[in-house]
Write a protein that binds this ligand. Structure first.
Ligand SMILES: Cc1cc2nc3c(=O)[nH]c(=O)nc-3n(C[C@H](O)[C@H](O)[C@H](O)COP(=O)(O)O)c2cc1C
Length: 301
């Protein structure tokens, strides 16, 4: 079942997605962390962040909306308080999710992480507003995305995977821009910008007004975008968006993904990532698929 991404060997292509798996430690007693491919930390910023006011999560048909506001303990506290305990868990593979509202902030987070042992790769969240460019989201503007990816790749002493926002018209172009900047992989999709209104109060159902939609509701759109991105680049693509069972993971692999991430499914079943990893192994065995990597891009046109 193993796959290799930028020289990092994962024992399964199934990874726990950022923001839905805490700092890993919260799941130590629930999920066998040595049976999943890896887990991605909650997004880490230069300084701690309190996040948005509540309500900041609501359920939607076949999914959920969130506007957590990237609440996190900050990169220093992660390195000092969480990482030493995490590294003691046998077989765990840690991917650190990095973000900032300026390129310098992202670079600084990466520099701090470079000095910390035990991290396999960085996932750079390009879905944040770029305060140097009037709040335009890094990942929706080609020039900003290129500069972000380039500077972070140059600063990083580990492989960098850029996580793309789906809120663009040409995802293949955004994927290619990341490849041109020299990063080793891309992941997609982050959440879709959404709005839900309470018709009785006439107020937005989320305090932040808008939120990000995730879960099975977005899956066919995410599969389409992963396919388009994988056609545009030759670096590995990690796919996600609404995966709840092994067959969903297979769909993303067939579309062109080398590995997948599972997010929202963990809210319904905290063991979802491990169950999907086990399910994928069984699915491959029962379908005479020798290697999970044989599925990548194997969609019949
Ligand atoms: C509550 C919540 C928090 C999230 N926080 C982050 C985050 O900090 N960084 C990030 O890159 N993505 C974050 N995401 C996006 C997920 O990692 C994933 O890209 C998205 O939810 C789509 O996958 P899914 O449908 O399996 O959840 C978050 C998603 C949710 C639902």
């Amino acid at each position: 079942m193993h796959v290799t991404i930028a020289g990092v060997v994962l024992r399964s292509p199934v990874i726990a997605a950022s923001g839905t798996f805490g700092y890993g430690l919260e799941f130590e007693e629930i999920v066998s962390l040595d049976r999943i491919g890896a887990f991605v930390t909650k997004g880490l910023s230069r300084e701690p962040m309190a996040g948005n006011a509540s309500p900041r999560i609501i359920e939607t048909p076949a999914g959920m909306m969130n506007a957590i506001g990237l609440q996190n303990i900050g990169v220093h506290a992660f390195v000092e308080e969480k990482l030493p305990r995490l590294r003691k868990i046998p077989g765990v593979v840690i991917l650190a999710n990095v973000f900032g509202t300026t390129i310098e902030d992202c670079v600084e987070v990466i520099r701090v992480l470079n000095d910390a042992p035990g991290i396999a790769m960085y996932e750079l969240n390009a879905s944040c507003p770029n305060t140097s460019h009037g709040g335009m989201v890094f990942g929706t503007d080609g020039d900003s995305l290129y500069q972000l990816a380039l500077r972070c790749r140059q600063a990083a002493q580990r492989p960098v995977m850029v996580k793309l926002t789906p809120n663009v018209t040409n995802i293949g172009l955004m994927a290619k821009i990341c490849e041109d900047a020299g990063v080793q992989a891309i992941s997609l999709v982050n959440t879709f910008l959404a709005l839900a209104i309470d018709v009785e109060t006439r107020r937005p159902r989320i305090a932040n007004k808008t939120g990000g939609l995730s879960g099975p509701a977005i899956r066919p759109i995410a599969v389409r975008m992963v396919h388009e991105a994988s056609q545009a680049v030759s670096i590995p693509v990690i796919g996600m968006g609404g995966i709840v069972c092994a067959e969903d993971a297979v769909e993303f692999l067939l579309a062109g993904a080398t590995a997948v991430e599972v997010g929202t499914a963990t809210f319904a079943d905290p063991r979802a990532v491990e169950n999907i990893a086990t399910g994928l192994r069984r699915w491959c065995a029962s379908h005479n698929v020798a290697r999970a990597s044989d599925l990548t891009g194997a969609m019949v046109k």
